[in-house]
Design a protein around this ligand. Structure first.
Ligand code: ZN
Length: 147
C-alpha cells in the first residue's frame, strides 16, 4: 500500500512543518477514496492538502496535535460535491522520528493514511506514512511516494 504525493504538495507540508517548529503542524490529506480504501494494499493519491490549526494548548503542541471534529464534517461537506474526501492526516514530529506515538494510535481512524514528517533543528527531514491495523492495535507502514 502506498501514499502518493506530488513534490509541490510535499513541499507545502514540509514548509508548514518548518514554520510550526518546535510545535506540531497538522492538516487534512484530500483525494478520491479508492474502492478498496479499507484494505491494506490500497494506494491513496493526495490531490490537495488543507493546513489546520493545532487545537492543543501551547505547552502540548510540541508533542501532539488535535483537529476540531467540527472541521471534519464541514470539510467533508465542502469536498463531497467535487468527488473528493478526506483520505488522511498529516502532522509533524518536532525533534523525534516519523514514527507514530501511542497517542497517535489512540486517536487514529481506520482507513486513513497518517503521513508524519520529522523536523530537526527547524528543518524538515524524512516523511513516512502509516495506516492503522484493522484491530486498532498498531500502525502498519505504507510506502511514501513523492512524484
Ligand atoms: Zn504524532
Amino acid at each position: 500500500m502506498s501514499l502518493r504525493v506530488s513534490t509541490s504538495l510535499a513541499q507545502q507540508v514540509r514548509t508548514e512543518a518548518e514554520k510550526a517548529f518546535p510545535e506540531e503542524c497538522c492538516g487534512f490529506l484530500i483525494g478520491r477514496v479508492p474502492k478498496d480504501f479499507h484494505k491494506h494494499g490500497r494506494a491513496v493519491v493526495v490531490e490537495e492538502i488543507k493546513a489546520l490549526p493545532n487545537g492543543w494548548e501551547a505547552d502540548a503542541r510540541t508533542h501532539r496535535y488535535q483537529i476540531d471534529p467540527k472541521i471534519f464534517a464541514k470539510t467533508e461537506a465542502e469536498l463531497s460535491p467535487r468527488g473528493l474526501a478526506i483520505v488522511g492526516l498529516y502532522h509533524s514530529h518536532p525533534s523525534v522520528p516519523a514514527w507514530p506515538s501511542p497517542f497517535d494510535l489512540m486517536m487514529a481512524w481506520p482507513c486513513f493514511s497518517y503521513w508524519i514528517v520529522c523536523v530537526r533543528a527547524g528543518k524538515a527531514q524524512e516523511s513516512r506514512s502509516w495506516m492503522r491495523s484493522e484491530d486498532g492495535q498498531n500502525f502498519v507502514e505504507e510506502e511514501f511516494v513523492e512524484e
